[in-house]
Ligand binder design. Sequence first.
Ligand SMILES: [Zn+2]
Length: 165
Amino acid sequence: MVRWGTTRIPYVVRRSARRTTVSIAVAQAGDVILAAPYKATIGRLDELVLAKAKWIVERVRRKSERPAPGMREYLSGETFLYLGRQHRLRVEREQAGQVGLIRGWLVVPVPSALERLVVYVVAHELCHIEHPDHTPAFWAKLGSVMPDHDARRDALPDLGPRLTW
Ligand SMILES: [Zn+2]
C-alpha cells in the first residue's frame, strides 16, 4: 500500500521468474496489479507506484465510473454515474438555464436547435469514461451509440469555431 497525499493506493504483486521488469496495470474492477520479478523489493515497488500515482488514481477513478455494460444509448432517461452517483439524464428544450442536478436527474437545458449537438457532446464525453483518448476504440464506441456522430461533429464549428471535440 502506498500513500499519495491523502489517497491510499493498495496494490497486488504477482511475481514471476520470467519477468525482468515491473509493469503496473489497473484491472477492470479497479485493482492495481504489479507484475514483478522476484528480485524487486517492496521498497522499489512502492517507489514505482508512487512515481505513477497520478496515472493510477486517474485510471481507478475511470474504472469505477464506467457505465454499466449493455448501456448502449445516451438518451433522456438513461442513467449513468456522474460525480460518483447514479443519475438519470434529462435533456430539456429551453433557451436558458443551467446544467444541474435536480431530484436525481442531471438536467441539461438546451435550445431545441442545439439539442442534437449537445447530445453529441454528452455522448462524446461519456465515451471518454471508458476510453480517455481519441483512439480508434473510442470512435468505435461513439459510433456504436451514435451512428451519425460525424455529421453532428461537423456542425459544431458553426457554433464555436474555437472549440474542438
Ligand atoms: Zn474528446
